[in-house]
Design a protein around this ligand. Structure first.
Ligand code: MEV
Length: 393
């Protein structure tokens, strides 16, 4: 089975849903049983090794969004979220997007940025000299950095470039900081550990080259060398006609020009992206931090998505974010349910995952805006609430 359109998926029994997912993604009996038992994934022993002071584990609902077609491939998208109506909304949006071929998404690269701060503030007169010293030693710095990861080096990845930049101190009279940035191709990994390791490893060499001491040695979560873009065309009639399309563009315009609305609008976008991040064991705080910083990249906080009409009056959406994700290492490999979710996605590369996360964010934003300009969002939210009340009474 390769079609992600599964009519009335929400009406199926737990067993039927699992059978569908199992067929779609070739899950083993063990994997299906793991999902069936809904134990939440990790046992206490495991949790105790992941964090300090562990006392238990904590689980959240895992659901599947249907109808996704991204770059011509169908996906059933696992989403971990506590909020009702999000998964139904994403599935509905993906169904409408499918009319015009689904989502088109692309990834710019997988370069992680490591930052090394020189402790002493420097004056304008010193900048060139220090830069020259660092850049003259860049081959040596890169070699040292790459000696910290055989895996990346073997793959032809790893630290590729050294950049220097000055950051003005708030105390202007007192100079600026020189920041050395390591550009590291981290391949299929999120890369936080390897980036931090490399930064710490090269700091003594930078000290030797410059005669200065170093202070911070840490990755930047503002992953602008890992930009992802997702686009889709939503059929005018399926959206609800010209008026709804126009109203959705006005809703976007409102978000793009008012920070109070933009934060809520972007929160809705991230409902999609972060649910997939949670399901696949990503660092959701890193993703959120980068996304909201990027929302301000023009100088003010704006909508993360853009919406316009095409020549036929269809609604065209675009979502662009810096997205650092990984499918090797970390929780992705450790957490049994994250592992199963990654398998459900039938990924061929980390780029696929980034494209899915961006597409889900766009779908979510579409669904939220459509609901907001028509029936309001409470109707969808209250559907499950009513079911819960009924089962409590
Ligand atoms: C709720 O989680 C998300 C929304 O508030 C997003 C939005 O207002 O666009 C519905």
């Amino acid at each position: 089975m390769t079609d992600s359109s599964i009519p009335k998926f929400f009406e199926k029994s737990h067993e039927e849903k699992l059978n569908i997912i199992s067929n779609f993604s070739d899950l083993t009996d063990d994997e299906v049983n793991h999902l069936k038992n809904a134990t939440g994934g990790i046992d206490f022993e495991h949790a105790n090794k992941m964090i300090e002071n562990a006392i238990s584990t904590f689980s959240l609902p895992l659901g599947i969004a249907t109808n996704f077609k991204i770059n011509n491939k169908d996906y059933l998208v696992p989403m971990v979220i506590e909020e009702p109506s999000v998964i139904a909304a994403a599935s509905k949006a993906a169904k409408i997007a499918k009319i015009h071929g689904g989502f088109t998404a692309s990834v710019e690269g997988n370069v992680s940025i490591g930052q090394i701060q020189l402790r002493e503030k420097i004056g304008l007169n010193e900048i060139l000299d220090i830069k020259e010293k660092i850049l003259a030693g860049s081959k040596e710095i890169l070699e040292l950095a790459n000696s910290k990861s055989n895996t990346l080096t073997k793959l032809g990845k790893g630290a590729k470039e050294i950049l220097c930049k000055e950051v003005l101190s708030s105390d202007h009279g007192n100079g600026r900081y020189m920041i050395v940035e390591l550009m590291i191709d981290v391949g299929d990994a999120m890369g936080a550990n390897v980036t931090n390791t490399m930064c710490e490893a090269v700091a003594p060499l930078i000290e030797k080259l410059t005669g200065k001491t170093t202070l911070l040695r840490i990755l930047s979560n503002y992953s602008t060398k890992r930009m992802v873009t997702a686009m889709a065309t939503f059929d005018k009639d399926a959206v609800g006609g010209e008026q709804v399309v126009n109203d959705m563009i006005s809703a976007f315009d409102f978000a793009d020009n008012d920070i109070y609305r933009a934060v809520t609008h972007n929160k809705g976008v991230m409902n999609g992206t972060i649910s997939v991040a949670n399901a696949t064991g990503q660092d959701s705080r890193a993703i959120e931090a980068a996304a909201h910083a990027y929302a301000s990249h023009t100088g003010r906080y704006r909508s993360l998505t853009t919406w316009a009409k095409d020549d036929s009056g269809n609604l065209v959406g675009k979502f662009e974010i810096p997205l650092s994700v990984g499918i090797v290492g970390g929780v992705t490999n450790d957490h049994p349910v994250a592992k199963i979710c990654t398998k459900i996605l039938n990924l061929t590369s980390v780029q696929d995952l980034a494209c899915i996360m961006a597409s889900t964010g766009l779908a979510q934003n579409f669904a939220a805006m459509r609901a907001l300009v028509t029936e309001g969002i409470q109707k969808g939210h209250m559907k499950l609430h009513a079911r819960k009340q009924a089962s409590n009474s």
